[in-house]
Design a protein around this ligand. Structure first.
Ligand code: HEM
Ligand code: HEM
Length: 345
């Protein structure tokens, strides 16, 4: 009986009318942000079928897609730790240190384009990059296709995933299958999404203050939309350039993509979904605490002197952007055969 009474009390509390300011805060937030959907979005020129997702998952986890047999996508985008490697900049083939921090692939399907500088238009184009990058997987499309064709279980899987194609085991289809799998790696139901959908109590008072500051102080001018960022490009250091430790001079950002002078040190606004899980921060990966990243943004992008309490509030709001992490079961991968190219180190 006591349980019943408590449950009743709790449900009356939930049913209480929204505080006027919660409702206003929600309306303002809905103008700028969108909740992560429960299901994978539709893709252009690709089909998210069960077969294709399963194949993409196997490819994502298969280290034999790298020349050394050591690196898979999972090495640098670990689904158990927010889709990152937790390193300042990634380590790839031959223990080489790459130039940039690995961003998460969780919710990446919603970004306007891929990479810190947006140089790949979508996840399909993106997947072809790391395989061939010397500092990442150091493979060639030919050797990758030969590896796949050497294992009958992979050939069968490409046949069912790309029905009706004469020669389905191709580098293009490799990328398509990975894109289909990655499109399923979305993280709905964060406290922020629950708040957007009408649950006042999903955010703490501090997080609500942080959300209000995030919108009113101007963070949301650059970090907006479904991923709270990842939707457009801006100079890093609009108001004040951060030091060379945070913004190394050699990385010119989008300038390398467009060769337009205006794009010097321009980067994609970081998508802030699950940001509390993906330290270290910025493309240089040199800032380890989220609070410090917020303080740097306030100075470099807004020229504003937020006080300590305001920085804490915004940081608390960003922690509310952590959604339900996808439960991914590690796939059993096809066994090698005598025709499988040997790893090369
Ligand atoms: C960027 C997926 C392999 C390190 C990305 C992005 C995606 C992705 C989707 C862009 C995310 C965004 O812009 O928000 C994959 C897939 C892989 C793979 C599908 C396997 C085929 C690797 C490996 C490493 C790595 C093995 C580490 C050795 C990085 C880095 C970036 C990145 C450093 C940022 C590069 C830049 O912005 O210039 N990856 N990745 N990735 N990935 Fe991977
Ligand atoms: C990156 C938060 C304002 C543009 C980031 C990151 C955080 C953040 C935490 C790191 C993302 C990551 O490492 O994955 C904030 C907050 C702001 C704010 C709390 C308000 C105080 C702005 C404004 C702009 C902007 C106003 C545009 C003028 C960017 C860009 C990046 C970024 C371009 C990527 C930087 C890089 O290349 O490393 N932001 N931001 N931000 N933000 Fe902001």
């Amino acid at each position: 009986k006591r349980i019943l009474v408590t449950a009743l009390a709790a449900s009356t509390a939930l049913a209480a009318p929204a505080l006027a300011d919660d409702a206003a805060l929600r309306e303002q937030a809905k103008e700028m942000f969108e909740a992560i959907p429960l299901q994978a979005p539709m893709l252009e020129d690709n089909v998210i079928s069960r077969d294709r997702v399963d194949l993409g998952k196997a490819l994502f986890f298969d280290p034999r897609m790298s020349r050394s047999g050591l690196f898979s996508c999972q090495s640098c985008h670990n689904v158990g730790i927010g889709g990152v490697d937790g390193l300042e900049t990634s380590i790839g083939h031959g223990w080489q240190k790459g130039p940039r921090n690995a961003p998460t692939m969780l919710n990446a399907v919603f970004n306007v384009a891929q990479f810190w500088d947006g140089r790949a238009p979508d996840l399909e184009a993106q997947a072809k990059g790391p395989v061939q990058a010397g500092v990442e997987m150091n493979n060639t499309p030919e050797n990758l296709v030969a590896t796949l064709k050497s294992m009958p279980a992979y050939v069968a899987s490409f046949q069912t995933s790309f029905p009706g194609e004469d020669d389905p085991v191709t580098f293009d289809n490799f990328a398509k299958a990975i894109e289909a799998f990655e499109a399923t790696l979305i993280t709905p139901n964060s406290p922020f999404d629950k708040f957007l959908m009408g649950q006042d109590a999903a955010l703490s008072d501090q997080q609500k203050r942080g959300l209000a500051l995030f919108m009113d102080e101007g963070c949301a001018a650059c970090h907006q939309g479904i991923n709270v960022g990842g939707q457009d490009y801006y100079p890093f250091g609009v108001v004040e350039k951060p030091g060379a430790d945070v913004l190394p001079e050699g990385d010119h950002g989008r300038f390398a993509v467009t060769e337009t002078a205006d794009d010097q040190y321009v980067f994609r606004a970081g998508p802030l979904r699950n940001i509390a899980l993906t330290a270290p921060y910025f493309h240089s990966g040199t800032v380890w605490e989220l609070r410090d990243a917020v303080a740097i943004m306030a100075t470099s992008q807004l020229g504003s002197e937020l006080n300590d309490a305001q920085i804490d509030d915004i940081t608390a709001f960003l922690e509310a952007l952590t959604g339900e992490q996808p439960q991914v079961v590690h796939p059993i991968l096809p066994a090698r055969t005598k025709d499988t190219p040997k790893p090369y180190t």
